[in-house]
Design a protein around this ligand. Structure first.
Ligand code: TPP
Ligand code: MG
Length: 579
């Protein structure tokens, strides 16, 4: 029987390990849908919005190595863009099929026509629109190699007539190759690095997601150097555990004093597998080493003195025999004690549980951390829930935590949970969502319902775009257009056949979370949190005070006395905490 391009496509996707396709079918995508159905080896997940599909595929890749999503002509594939940006920037291998109008109509501004090469240029490692069946096969071969080799998104534009065209054979391999090369700096560079570490007393390690497969090696290096060990948000889940005697926390916008101070008091800072974006939090006086598999990243955000290309596992393994042990624990102990103080301070927020509809979000995050499985997978939205996650979620035996940490998009946590729940069905999956975030892709709660994915969706229901509220105040703007009028999330969930709980008072939080976590199926927990909870690192408090003063001054200049009184009244709690 003859095979068409879509049959070959399915064959290659199966061979490279794709288990699910997240898509909304229609028009030019229907031949692919048909081939997937006839083949039967890949599950088609009918998402409600293609953006959610892209996030889910990205998460599937992050946890299991490869993900796939598809969108039909024009608007169907345009919807994938935001999720694909996130996947590409997170280093997740995602194959995206953008089906499009038939070849003879291309270039005429036809109904639903886009130009995928332009559209996906900035959110992919590779994008190509095939105009003939052979091009489609060759393009697919190289697209998949890009996705898995360069760890990012590859897009194939596929006109409907090409997707359904018969094809004999091609001159490409028609199957793909995972390559896992070991990358180690050269001997001269390793010796240079060892000498640097041996010559200085105070070394700090700062670890990023690139350390994911090298936790043991990083710990050995920290032990050998007695060095404080800080980490990025995306890497904290590998290192932030009570028993880790080197952990000093995060630095950066969501970080804390010990992570910051350890860097600034070190003589040598070693950045391992991190593309840490907050240059303003990095030191300039000490010697900085950066090691990354991607040489193009070296030195682009910090005053790096020594840049090396290498994967962290192999590089540390090669480095360890060259590095002398440092018995002096002075620097480490000072930084650890600072970290301890900060952890204790965070605990004090937890003890204040809040009031009616003013539940302390810190308390909620703390409970989630206490109650979650040792191998839970957390996904967090961009917004205040990311702050609470950064402060209160800790590593378990095999926990995992992710969010839109590079792209910074809202509404990521719930669709990421879909990908996590489907790709690793044995693991508990908990999404920490903002009410703003969940509202953006609300329709995909129906995907969770339809496929009965047992994820736990915790909504930090503060009835506002909380993070922006804070941001506007810090920047000296009037806080405006940040309030949210929300649906009753419990009723909404029930209408979707999802079990739901809510907590309006602190005493109900624990039972609501417990019931939801024990429930055998998807669950939503809406928690009425306090939108005034403070989140910025203490160093930014001054900025907040100044921001507030500036907005008051603007009002005074405009003679808006009533608004001044109103703002002071509504901000009284916030002001009390600041001053
Ligand atoms: C798609 C998108 N739109 C807008 C923003 C800007 N933004 C960042 S956080 C945020 C507020 C998030 O509100 P919510 O989800 O309710 O979380 P909260 O901060 O209240 O916990 C906004 C609007 C963004 N990051 N992404
Ligand atoms: Mg909110």
């Amino acid at each position: 029987m003859s095979k068409n391009v879509s049959d070959y496509l399915v064959e290659m996707l199966v061979n490279v390990g794709v288990k699910r396709i997240y898509a909304v079918t229609g028009d030019s995508l229907n031949p692919v849908n048909d081939a997937v159905r006839r083949d039967g080896r890949i599950q088609w997940i009918h998402v409600r919005h293609e953006e959610a599909g892209a996030y889910a595929a990205s998460m599937e890749s992050e946890l299991s190595g490869i993900g796939c999503c598809m969108g039909s002509s024009g608007p169907g594939h345009v919807h994938m863009v935001n999720g694909l940006y996130d996947a590409n920037r997170s280093g997740n291998s995602v194959i995206a099929i953008a089906s499009t109008v038939v070849t003879e109509k291309l270039g005429l501004e036809n109904f639903q026509e886009t130009r995928p090469e332009y559209l996906f240029q900035d959110c992919s490692k590779y994008v190509f629109t095939a105009h003939t069946p052979k091009q489609a096969m060759n393009g697919l071969q190289t697209a998949i190699q890009h996705a898995i080799g360069q760890k990012g998104v590859a897009v194939l534009g596929l006109p409907g007539d090409v997707a359904s065209a018969d094809i004999e054979d091609t001159n490409t391999a028609n199957h793909n190759f995972y390559t896992d090369p070991r990358v180690v700096p050269g001997e001269k560079q390793l010796n240079e690095l060892a000498k640097l570490l041996n010559e200085h007393k105070k070394v700090m390690l700062y670890c990023g997601h690139g350390c994911r497969n090298a936790v043991d090696e990083v710990m050995q290096l920290a032990a050998q150097l007695n060095s404080p060990l800080g980490y990025s948000f995306r890497a904290k889940i590998f290192f932030e555990r009570k028993e880790n005697p080197y952990a000093v926390g995060l630095n950066g916008l969501l970080g804390n004093k010990s992570g910051f101070e350890a860097m600034h008091h070190a003589e040598v800072l070693v950045m391992l597998g991190t593309d840490f974006p907050y240059s303003e939090f990095l030191p300039v006086k000490c010697k900085i080493v950066q090691i990354d598999t991607k040489p193009e990243r070296l030195g682009r955000r910090a005053k790096v003195d020594y840049g090396y290309c290498g994967d962290i596992k192999s590089t540390i393994t090669a480095l360890l025999p060259l590095v002398d042990s440092k018995p002096d624990k002075d620097f480490l102990e000072k930084m650890r004690s600072l970290h301890q103080d900060i952890e204790e301070k965070y605990e004090t927020y937890v003890k204040e549980k809040g009031g009616e509809k003013l539940i302390n979000p810190e308390y909620v995050a703390h409970l989630i951390n206490e109650m979650a499985d040792d191998d839970a997978i957390f996904t967090v939205d961009t917004g205040m829930s990311a702050v609470w996650a950064a402060r209160y979620l800790k590593a378990g035996k095999n926990r995992y935590l992710t969010g839109s940490f590079n792209h910074g998009s809202m509404a990521n946590a719930m669709p990421m949970a879909i990908g996590a729940g489907l790709s690793l069905p044995g693991r508990q999956v908990i999404a920490l969502c903002g009410d703003g975030g969940i509202s953006m892709l609300l329709g995909d709660l129906m995907t969770i319902s339809q496929y009965n994915i047992p994820v736990k969706i915790v909504i930090f229901n503060n009835r506002s775009l909380g993070m922006v509220k804070l941001e506007m105040r810090v920047q000296g703007y009037m806080d405006w257009q940040t309030d949210m009028v929300n649906p009753d999330f419990v009723k909404l969930a029930e209408s979707m056949n999802i079990s739901a709980w809510e907590a309006k008072e602190p005493k109900n939080v624990e039972p609501a979370l417990r019931s939801a976590f024990e429930h055998d199926g998807p669950a939503i927990i809406s928690i009425y949190t306090d939108q005034e909870a403070l989140a910025m690192p203490p160093t930014l408090k001054l900025d907040q005070v100044l921001g507030f003063a500036e907005s008051m001054a603007k009002l005074m200049l405009n003679g808006k006395t009533a608004e001044i009184v109103e703002t002071i009244k509504s901000d009284s709690k916030y002001l009390k905490e600041l001053l």
